[in-house]
Design a protein around this ligand. Structure first.
Ligand code: NDP
Length: 283
């Protein structure tokens, strides 16, 4: 019997997840269906409940429901199946697994980003100086896996400084990150420090807004990575003009985070490379 999955969001029509999971299923011979579901802004929990009743096996969760999904997996009256592992760091989850009467919650965004950088770009994160721009849901989701992989100093640069400070406070509560230097940088005050990896986790690209970045920010050989995908953002243009060696959008991260979700649900790891290149051709 075909196992049903979905992605829930609002808006949702732009989502590439149905295409990605359909390609994964075809490639791995898994008998699944995957659809995009638009939930009313006040109707996420009811939508999850309906899917469970209708026998769906799990779902992805996107804007603006990732925080609510974390709460559902943690304490919405269902039993939490897993320790909400990486989701705990972000207080946000993008993957729910429905099994028996339980819900497992996971955040695969961080692993998706790390896999794209390390596996697809073949850039080991260990020891790299990283600048993370943004302190919203996406930044929160990737911070822990990034630090885990890099084990090196990281700076968080956000328009609202308090949000960067809040993220840092949270992550440094973890024993394993106590000795890693993570500092907030006030907007517009980056100075002459250089970074090996600069990640734009803001949504500034959505409005074609430029970020205040010094032209000297990219160390020799630097990677400039914008989590946004689908078009060249002002950040990507800036990086090309100011010496970043590699400039990427977030399409690879999108496919890699989907592959992690697929693995959680099906126990099978799809090959992401052909899916990324197929989506690139459609862009
Ligand atoms: P949030 O709304 O949670 O956070 C937005 C962030 O962007 C905040 O840090 C905000 O700063 C900052 N920001 C917004 N506009 C501007 C601006 N004009 N100038 C400077 N900073 C700005 O969004 P998310 O974190 O959920 O998403 C961020 C981006 O990441 C989106 O583009 C999303 O598409 C992308 N993303 C990509 C994924 C992928 O798989 N490739 C996965 C998840 C997200 P402030 O705190 O000051 O408001």
């Amino acid at each position: 019997m075909t196992d049903k999955y979905a992605v829930i969001g609002n808006p949702i029509s732009h989502s590439k997840s149905p295409q990605i999971h359909t390609m994964f299923a075809r490639q791995t011979g898994q008998d699944i269906s995957y659809e995009a579901i638009l939930a009313p802004l006040d109707g996420f929990a009811a939508t999850v409940e309906r899917l469970r009743k209708e026998g769906y096996k799990g779902c992805n969760v996107t804007v603006p429901f990732k925080f609510e999904a974390f709460k559902i997996a943690s304490n919405y009256g269902f039993e939490v199946m897993d320790a909400v592992e990486s989701g705990h760091e972000a207080d946000a989850v993008n993957t729910l697994l429905f099994k028996d009467n339980k819900i497992g919650g996971y955040n695969t965004d961080g692993t998706g980003l790390v896999n794209d950088i390390e596996k697809n770009f073949k850039i080991p994160l260990k020891g790299k100086r990283i600048l993370l721009i943004g302190a919203g849901g996406a930044a929160a989701g990737v911070l822990h896996p990034l630090l885990e992989a890099s084990q090196s100093p990281l700076a968080i640069y956000n328009r609202t400084l308090e949000k960067a400070e809040g993220l840092i406070k949270k992550v440094t509560q973890h024993e394993k990150f106590r000795l890693v230097s993570i500092k907030p940088v006030e907007f517009g005050k980056l100075g002459s420090e250089q970074f090996d990896i600069v990640i734009n986790a803001t949504s500034a690209g959505l409005t074609d807004s430029e970020l205040p970045l010094p032209a000297t920010i990219f160390a020799p050989g630097a990677l400039a990575y914008d989590m946004m995908y689908g078009r060249e953002t002002p950040f990507m243009k800036f990086a090309r003009a100011n010496g970043a060696a590699i400039v990427s959008d977030g399409l690879g991260m999108l496919v890699e985070q989907a592959a992690e979700s697929f693995f959680i649900w099906r126990g099978v790891r799809p090959d992401t490379a052909p899916v990324i290149s197929a989506l690139r051709k459609l862009q």
